[in-house]
Design a protein around this ligand. Structure first.
Ligand SMILES: NC(=O)c1ccc[n+]([C@@H]2O[C@H](COP(=O)([O-])OP(=O)(O)OC[C@H]3O[C@@H](n4cnc5c(N)ncnc54)[C@H](OP(=O)(O)O)[C@@H]3O)[C@@H](O)[C@H]2O)c1
Length: 224
């Protein structure tokens, strides 16, 4: 009797462990479908406080980062500190080779930047970190702030990309301080599932916890 009881207990344990193993494998596959590849190339336009901080985090998380500037020769220290094969390149090259493009420039520069990178970004994921301030960016900032900076950019500069709005609503120093064990909440907006999945992965890799707030047209709350 005791033998049968032990046998039944063992069979139950094996069944339970097989079921949870199957579930774990299913979850792994589900995660794998939304995860970026580690060698995904992220092209950063504007490698100042925001672009530099995010790029370093992503390089350390395993992504290939292309930092760009109008003076890429001045980015030597940043590239070295980021590691993982990061490079300093021209704005056009970052847009051309980047599979995901990150915009982190003063908003007034977008009139020029969007024309420069337009041939290379069609259909790509573009993450817009810029904010718009009338005192810094001129009259265009008033208009952009009225409708929402990301919505304005989507309508006027980037109609043919899958836009993500994130990292705009909090000081970048807060993101810089975040760690995997002490993440910071990062609200974001995007229009489709692919952009949402990639936004969540970029936020996670920057030690953030993603919080979806809605579509680009409703992302004015993320302007700072
Ligand atoms: N700092 C924050 O806490 C924070 C937080 C959220 C959002 N933001 C917004 O994010 C954007 C970037 O802020 P930041 O603090 O990183 O500014 P930043 O340190 O001044 O960096 C901006 C970079 O933009 C580049 N740039 C300027 N004009 C350009 C042009 N025409 N073409 C290409 N690159 C150009 C500059 O690079 P080169 O001169 O080397 O070309 C500069 O390194 C701003 O719109 C800001 O309002 C900032």
């Amino acid at each position: 009797m005791k033998y049968i009881y032990v046998l039944l207990l063992n069979i139950t344990m094996v069944l339970v462990s097989l079921t949870s193993c199957g579930q774990a494998r299913q979850e792994d596959t589900k995660t794998a479908t939304v995860m970026l590849q580690q060698n995904t190339v992220i092209g950063i336009i504007g490698s100042g406080n925001v672009g530099g901080t995010l790029g370093e985090k992503w390089a350390k998380a395993g992504y290939k980062v292309l930092f760009s500037s109008r003076h890429p020769e001045e980015l030597t220290d940043l590239v070295k500190s980021a590691g993982n094969g990061a490079e300093a390149v021209s704005v056009e090259e970052a847009a051309k080779r980047g599979e995901i493009i990150v915009l982190a420039v003063p908003f007034m520069a977008e009139a020029t930047v969007s024309k420069q990178i337009q041939p290379f970004v069609k259909g790509k994921i573009v993450l817009l970190c810029d904010n718009a301030y009338p005192g810094r960016d001129g009259a265009i900032a008033e208009e952009a702030k009225r409708v929402g900076v990301a919505y304005y950019a989507q309508q006027h500069y980037y109609p043919e990309v899958a836009l993500i709005r994130a990292f705009s609503s909090l000081p970048i120093a807060t993101v810089a301080r975040a760690t995997a064990s002490n993440p910071v909440k990062i609200p974001y907006a995007a229009d489709n599932d692919r952009a949402k999945a990639i936004a969540e992965e970029l936020i996670r890799a920057a030690n953030g916890t993603a919080e979806y707030v809605g579509k680009i047209a409703d992302s004015r709350q993320l302007d700072y």
